[in-house]
Design a protein around this ligand. Structure first.
Ligand SMILES: NC(=O)c1ccc[n+]([C@@H]2O[C@H](COP(=O)([O-])OP(=O)(O)OC[C@H]3O[C@@H](n4cnc5c(N)ncnc54)[C@H](O)[C@@H]3O)[C@@H](O)[C@H]2O)c1
Ligand SMILES: [Zn+2]
Length: 356
């Protein structure tokens, strides 16, 4: 497969690595669910004695500095030195926060990602972005550093709840939209509501290939190309942050799917996306998610979140927008009026949904 990403025989790879290097301790970072569902399978398959386990609470709201402090304190209590390795066993929250704490502890410990969610396998564990939320803003504090290995085992998907499978689907659809129309057409034919029949290996491999291709061309997001991965995320992150602030639940994939509907509408308005494709996009997305209407009185709150997007500069807001399905452009300036209109349009796609 791709450089340090392994899909088959992951425990072989891991065991070989652990044997080859001098490693003083292995720390396994988990959340409550991955402790319950994922830890045993890992422990049964590795042969290493000096293991320390650190468990944090699950959920996006815990991806914050307070959790980092708790983990760093544990690392000190456990006497963790520079020859120790952290294994992040979990979804995007664990790999984001685990990569972050590892990169900063003693100026950097090596870490390995073992993603256990669909979203983690195709997106969050790959690309070297690590970070935490801060002051209600998503991924506001972070660092780019790659894990030494990413180990993917589909067995972990067996215990994943359906809404979490659908969360990964949001990012998967995004890959088709921004980079590969063929993939989009394949995905349209699969029924993700019946996930027993999903060709996991095929789609996960395709998704990883797209993500790594894009990241490789622009690892630090200096050239700009990497920004296309943010399609749907400017408004999507604002929706996610808004729900976090309101203490209401929404998965990352659901939020960015709604963001993709809004941003496809903007793409239609100012980036030549055809109306037919715009409709194709929202109809496909709405097979899996309901519109979460947003009250007009909350538009300003959403807008304030958007104003803080990392792609902005000089007080202007820049989007990654579709030209057509399979092709995305970036650094597209969009004004407030159009942004808010896109949310209004999303609200009205289907009248009978609940408001937030
Ligand atoms: N760094 C990146 O490039 C990048 C990219 C995309 C998303 N992200 C981040 O990833 C996060 C979302 O990731 P996520 O969707 O994996 O969420 P998550 O880590 O919160 O996992 C979702 C839920 O599933 C549970 N879970 C995990 N694995 C399980 C398993 N095998 N069986 C049963 N339950 C399991 C978790 O405990 C959690 O409750 C967000 O914070 C987002 O910002 C980062
Ligand atoms: Zn995302």
């Amino acid at each position: 497969m791709y450089k340090n990403i392994y899909i088959n025989n992951i425990f072989n790879k891991l065991s070989k690595y652990l044997k080859k290097k001098y490693i003083s301790k292995l720390i396994i970072l988990l959340d409550k669910n991955t402790k319950k569902y994922c830890l045993k399978y890992l422990l049964n398959n590795i042969n290493f004695v000096k293991i320390k386990i650190i468990v944090i609470k699950n959920g996006e709201k815990n991806k914050n500095i307070y959790t980092c402090i708790k983990i760093w304190k544990k690392l000190i209590i456990y006497n963790i030195d520079k020859n120790s390795i952290i294994i992040n066993l979990g979804g995007g929250v664990i790999t984001d926060i685990g990569g972050f704490i590892a990169s900063l502890f003693k100026r950097g410990l090596k870490f390995i990602n073992i993603p256990t969610t669909f979203l983690g396998m195709i997106d969050a564990s790959i690309g070297g972005k690590n970070g935490i939320n801060f002051y209600n803003y998503k991924n506001e504090i972070g660092i780019i550093k790659n894990p030494i290995m990413i180990l993917i085992d589909f067995n972990y998907l067996k215990t994943l709840p359906k809404n979490e499978i659908l969360s990964g689907l949001g990012e998967l659809l995004k890959y088709g939209l921004i980079y590969n129309k063929k993939l989009w057409n394949i995905l349209k034919k699969i029924n993700f509501n019946n996930y027993k029949n999903i060709p996991w290996k095929l789609i996960i491999k395709k998704a990883i290939l797209i993500k790594t291709k894009i990241v490789d061309k622009d690892p630090e997001e200096l050239l700009g190309l990497r920004k296309i991965l943010n399609f749907g995320h400017t408004i999507g992150h604002a929706i996610e942050s808004f729900f976090l602030y309101k203490k209401k639940k929404i998965t990352h994939g659901e939020a960015i799917s709604l963001g993709m509907i809004c941003e496809s509408w903007i793409s239609k308005k100012i980036n030549n996306l055809k109306k037919k494709e715009y409709k194709d996009i929202y109809k496909t997305i709405l097979k899996y998610y309901k519109i979460r209407k947003i009250y007009k009185k909350n538009f300003n709150k959403i807008y304030n979140f958007i104003k803080n997007d990392k792609k902005n500069y000089n007080n202007n807001i820049y989007f990654s927008l579709l030209e057509k399905i399979g092709k995305c452009s970036y650094n597209k300036k969009v004004n407030k009026k159009l942004i808010l209109m896109s949310i209004e349009k999303m609200n009205n796609i289907n009248e009978q949904n609940k408001k937030y």
